[in-house]
Design a protein around this ligand. Structure first.
Ligand code: ATP
Ligand code: MN
Ligand code: MN
Length: 306
């Protein structure tokens, strides 16, 4: 038998426009992942990642001293931000408010790495159509006692419900405990309409399978159940980007997966800054390659059962 050639990888060159100071600074001390290591990771996955982070406002989880230091969730730009980081004024912010953060190329992302941004949380809309989301996301949050198999089944149930309504469905690991089911939209409906749509899906899942799902965030109600967190779909709400690293032990990343990969061979935090580049280089095809092409108009609200 002939063995298939293994793709050889060379780390793409980093843009010379952004200087990394202290490249050996450990961002994940227990995992040995440095600032330089994170920058190299992003250079390797940039081509696949770009559509999900370019030209949309980004909230950031910044941990300049690494995950064991102080981290802050930040929506607005800070003093001294690298010039590769673009700015965008939210028309709904006060005049006194700093602009939002945005990137248009890899150099912007490296600028964010330089600033200790260990998680990127994009809006579900682009700056071209800020008030009309082009992405919806159902965030599956397992309560205590929920098996991985049940989380995967929950993702497949959302896929089925989306597809029944004419929407496409894509899935990614969160890099934490759960999964995110994501659907591309043609940007037309406004934020409130879009959030109401996702709320109704979450509520009907909880109504149809009350032992399986909850749609309210009350922690005490979540034991042995899965929260279908639809609240990521409001204006100003965010969810972690595909391919973003997580500021948690293990240096996991949020990884797009194919539906037929979803099962016992993967884990929600199994893809990491260290192992993801080889996975991405060797996976054959990008399971999210047709994401934007699959965009649909937001369907009418499914009518409530009585
Ligand atoms: P997991 O699979 O472990 O649930 P997750 O990324 O889905 O991982 P959640 O707690 O379900 O984590 O979602 C939190 C979301 O809330 C984040 O994705 C982020 O966009 C948003 N968020 C709002 N405020 C904060 C904050 N202060 N720190 C972190 N995230 C925040
Ligand atoms: Mn979650
Ligand atoms: Mn959540």
């Amino acid at each position: 038998a002939v063995t298939a050639p293994v793709a050889t990888r060379t780390t793409p060159e980093l843009p010379s426009s952004v200087k990394l100071t202290h490249p050996d600074r450990l961002y994940w001390p227990d995992d040995g992942v440095t600032k330089q290591g994170l920058a190299n990771y992003y250079a390797e996955v940039w081509e696949a990642m770009a559509p999900f982070v370019v030209d949309r406002p980004l909230a950031l989880l910044r941990c300049p001293d690494g995950i064991n230091g102080q981290c802050f969730f930040q929506k607005h730009v800070w003093r001294g931000a690298n010039k590769a980081i673009k700015l965008f004024k939210d028309p709904q912010d006060d005049a006194s408010e700093e602009p939002l953060v945005m990137i248009s190329a890899l150099e912007g992302l490296i600028g964010l790495v330089q600033a200790g941004a260990l998680e990127l949380h994009p809006w579900g809309s682009t700056i071209k159509k800020l008030e009309q989301p082009d992405t919806i996301i159902m965030d599956l949050d397992p309560g205590e006692g929920v098996s991985w198999e049940r989380i995967c089944d929950a993702a497949r149930e959302i896929k089925a419900r989306f597809e029944d309504l004419g929407l496409a469905a894509f899935v990614k690991t969160s890099g934490g405990k759960g999964l995110h089911v994501v659907s591309p939209l043609k940007p037309k409906a406004d934020w409130d309409t879009t959030k109401a749509f996702t709320k109704q899906i979450a509520e009907s899942m909880a109504a149809d399978s009350p032992d399986e799902f909850v749609s309210v965030i009350t922690k005490s109600k979540r034991k042995n159940k899965i929260l279908v967190d639809y609240l990521r779909n409001g204006r100003n709400a965010t969810a972690v980007a595909a391919y973003s690293s997580r500021a948690r032990k293990g240096a996991a990343v949020s990884m797009p997966v194919a539906w037929d990969e979803l099962g016992p061979n993967i884990r929600p935090d199994g893809f990491t800054v260290e192992n993801a580049p080889a996975h991405v280089a060797n996976r054959g095809s990008d399971p999210w390659a047709d994401f934007r092409k699959a965009a649909q108009l937001l369907p009418k609200l499914p009518s409530k059962r009585r």
